[in-house]
Design a protein around this ligand. Structure first.
Ligand code: 6A9
Length: 809
């Protein structure tokens, strides 16, 4: 049935000649896509940093500080996003990876709001040109003549040249231009305009020699591997300058801080160029990158137009894409939605570098013995980690301040909204992740690529192990692609794709290209899948009943008594003590989801043998989920272990883990078990809170204890899965339809209200929410899976307007 329904699409691929054409067309499209995605603010760990998707290349970044007194600079120079900076909020209000966007940084401690407007200007054969307008607006509560120093730097890693175009002796009165040439970018010119704004004046003799209405440039040559440490480099040259002033005038008669903290003007060749301006009050200037092959140079007047055009239609496109439904179809909430989504997409980064992997394959890592976690711990200490790579990754990130790097299972969630906005981009990111896969089929859970990324992670957390897994959420995106091309149910691609300002996704407009993509990726997906089956297999020999002869049972590797970091639900309570015969119901469910997804692709691609094999596995998983993990006593799904009497026993801690077969879409709408699961979901004494579903039941002995990370707090990724499944069952006939509908309607409202209220109150999205108060907690500015609320806002209102009875949103 499935195969027939996609006959039309497959006919295109049937003839070899046609398939060849597709491959050629595909290459051309990929090249074009690369053009529009080459440049971006792809250094999301910085408040504003630009780079192309080229391993060693030109990079730019912004730093600033107030210079009102002699203490400001040390503490207030901004560069990397830090939770301790005391921002009143920051982030992208509008962002599209192919066009640009705008960001505001509410820097209360510096008394200024910094706006960065970034636009991409297509043209030529090297990824086009771009411009950034930097605007500073003095905050209401700070003095109107606030003095701010701003540094934009450009650095060049690898081969090529970058130098100041013309030399001015005291400082530049007009624009500063750098010209450069490097791999993948050809020749280019980077201009920092004189801009607009007042500059501090003083009667101190130093001011006459170095008037602050000039732009100062200090060009240096430093080893490539320390280029990313631009702030320490700046501090070093600032200190030299401060020392000179003090030496000359003494501390008593030193010039004012705005003068003292200016770099020595020393323009020339170098691989890093610091470009500094000092302002009094509001200011604005542009950074314009003109690609030589574009054949046209752009100026500030053009930039104004590009900014306007980039912004125009953004909101409409957001609304057309996510279609917020009542009661969220009002502007206030839609603006909140654009903000969350823009921050998710604005977290897109390009990472390149080596990473720490323990490839010892030590026998202890087989985790075969009781007490294995002590053996593995000892082995981990013994085996020197090795650096491997370098590798590259194009990905979004969970949080710009705290976790500015790729996380495997977070990314599948991030890409769910991205796939609606720009499917081609989502597929590019998926491909980038699968390019990291090793020959065995392993992809590291946390991608800490290069020294800059490592600098954010304590050493004991840096090493990745090639036998450690993480939930395979990228399969969500493959599923979304298949659903969107309508291939499996025979519908045609959605006409919505052509709405408004929304550029059409080439993979959706040409399903044959989507199939080509899947065909190319399929061998990797399969290798990855088999890696999971092999390395995370459970040991079923103690469960020696006939029903389990199929061997479908799974166990996360990498557990300790208190944590299974690999599961993603780090400290969720599990059987104690850990046992090599343990079986984990969440992993079993992920395997079910992955099997189904792979089977869909295999069906589309007419891999008949694979379809047959996957069908057998799927059936066995579905049967064993119930046989191995359902507790008749507790009426929910549980982990299994081997108890003191060498018999298998279920260990139940009610919470997200108990819902997993439901969360991953494996339950039949008519199943009696679904009814019990819904009861657990809706029980206020267990999982239900007015702020979303608790990770652990209020009645569990470990609720709210120890680290209390996944032991009660409300997480949006799991709540998104829950609300999406409730919607599914609310729309399918069955005995639990009404119950599902009621839970769905209320959960949908609760989740949006929780994230929205906290956002209004604090200016941020948060990593998790308190189940008692609803307040955002743990990591601030967590713009990863918390942004899934934009998908929830777009889910239908099934309450018939009954939400009016709820609190004002
Ligand atoms: C340790 C600390 C500056 C934990 O969102 C990323 C992950 C999730 O995948 C996982 O499910 N977070 C969740 O339980 C954050 C993990 C951060 C680990 C970094 C080093 C550095 O502090």
């Amino acid at each position: 049935k499935l195969l027939n329904s996609i006959g039309g699409v497959l006919a295109v691929l049937a003839a070899t000649a046609a398939a060849d054409d597709t491959a050629i067309l595909y290459k051309e499209i990929a090249r074009n896509a690369n053009q529009s995605l080459l440049w971006g603010p792809y250094r999301p760990n910085l408040y504003f940093g630009v780079r192309p998707r080229i391993p060693k290349s030109l990079m730019g970044g912004l730093m600033w500080s107030k210079v009102e007194n002699f203490q400001d600079v040390q503490n207030n120079f901004r560069h990397t996003c830090e939770q301790g900076d005391g921002m009143r909020g920051y982030g992208w209000e509008e962002f599209d990876a192919r066009r640009g966007g705008l960001q505001t940084i509410y820097d209360e401690n510096n008394g200024i709001d910094i706006r960065t407007m970034f636009v991409k200007i297509p043209g030529g054969s090297n990824g086009g040109s771009w411009a950034a307008r930097i605007r500073g607006t003095v905050r209401k509560d700070s003095p109107p003549d606030l003095k701010t120093t701003v540094v934009f730097y450009a650095s060049l890693e690898g081969l090529g040249a970058l130098e100041v175009e013309s030399i001015e002796l005291v400082g530049y009165e007009g624009d500063v231009a750098l010209k450069g040439e490097s791999d993948g970018l050809g020749e280019y010119k980077l201009v920092v305009t004189a801009g607009r704004g007042f500059h501090p004046q003083s009667s101190h003799p130093a001011h006459e020699e170095k008037p602050l209405d000039r732009t100062f440039v200090n060009s240096l040559t430093v080893p490539d591997h320390i280029l990313w440490q631009s702030k320490p480099i700046l501090f070093k040259i600032l200190k030299e300058s401060v020392d000179k002033y003090i030496e000359r005038y003494g501390e008593e008669n030193a010039p004012p801080p705005s003068q003292v903290y200016t770099i020595t003007h020393n323009p020339g060749p170098g691989n890093i160029h610091m470009i500094q301006k000092v302002f009094e009050g509001d200011f604005e200037f542009d950074v314009i990158f003109n690609s030589g092959s574009a054949g046209k140079e752009y100026f500030s007047s053009d930039v104004s137009n590009f900014i306007e055009n980039t912004s125009k239609g953004f909101f409409e496109r957001f609304v057309a894409t996510f279609e917020p439904k009542p009661p969220f179809d009002i502007e206030r909430l839609q603006r909140f939605g654009t903000n969350l989504f823009s921050n998710l997409l604005g977290g897109l980064g390009y990472f390149y570098g080596d990473s720490v992997v323990d490839r010892s394959y030590a026998p202890e890592y087989d985790e075969e013995n009781e007490g294995f976690w002590e053996e593995t711990q000892a082995a981990r200490e013994k085996h020197a980690e090795q650096l491997e790579g370098p590798s590259e990754l194009f990905t979004t990130i969970p949080s710009r301040s705290f976790f500015p790097r790729g996380f495997y299972w977070d990314e599948g969630f991030h890409l769910i909204p991205v796939a609606d906005w720009d499917m081609d981009l989502a597929l590019e990111v998926v491909k980038s992740w699968f390019n990291l896969m090793d020959a065995d089929g392993w992809i590291g859970r946390e991608q800490i690529l290069g020294a800059e990324a490592r600098s954010k992670v304590p050493q004991e957390f840096q090493t990745q192990y090639p036998h450690y897994a993480n939930p395979p959420t990228l399969f969500f995106i493959i599923d979304a692609l298949i659903t969107k091309i309508g291939a499996l149910n025979g519908t045609s691609p959605p006409a919505k794709e052509t709405l408004g300002e929304k550029p059409t996704s080439v993979h959706l407009r040409n399903p044959e290209l989507a199939l080509h993509y899947l065909r190319e990726l399929y061998p990797k997906l399969k290798t990855h899948y088999h890696w999971f089956r092999r390395t995370q297999a459970g040991d079923l020999k103690s469960y020696d009943r006939d029903a389990f002869s199929s061997k479908e049972g799974y166990r996360w590797r990498g557990r300790t008594p208190q944590h299974i970091l690999t599961s993603g639900l780090d400290d969720y309570p599990r059987p104690q003590p850990p046992h090599p015969g343990e079986l984990h119901v969440d992993l079993m469910s992920w395997m079910g989801m992955m099997t189904k997804s792979l089977k869909n692709i295999a069906t589309l691609l007419q891999m008949d043998d694979d379809v047959a094999e996957l069908t057998t596995i799927e059936t066995a998983i579905l049967r064993n989920i119930d046989d191995l993990h359902w507790s008749e006593k507790e009426k929910c799904y549980c982990d299994a272990t081997i108890d003191d009497y060498e018999e298998n026993a279920l260990v139940c801690h009610k919470g997200y883990i108990s819902l997993f077969p439901f969360l991953t879409g494996l339950l039949d709408p008519k199943s009696e078990k679904l009814g019990h699961i819904l009861d657990l979901v809706g029980d206020e004494e267990e999982l239900w809170s007015e702020f979303g579903l608790r990770s652990l039941s209020k009645k569990d002995e470990f609720y709210g204890t120890a680290e209390n990370y996944w032991r009660g707090p409300v997480w949006m990724n799991m709540n998104y899965l829950a609300v999406a499944q409730l919607l599914k069952y609310a729309q399918l006939p069955g005995p639990h339809q009404e119950k599902a509908k009621d839970l769905y309607s209320r959960l949908r409202l609760n989740l949006i209200r929780t994230v929205f209220d906290s956002w209004v109150e604090t200016g941020f999205a948060w990593e998790q929410y308190n189940p008692e108060t609803g307040k955002g907690q743990r990591t601030q500015h967590f713009t990863g899976w918390t942004s899934l609320v934009v998908k929830i806002m777009g889910m239908p209102d099934l309450s018939g307007g009954n939400w009016e009875a709820h609190d004002e949103l």
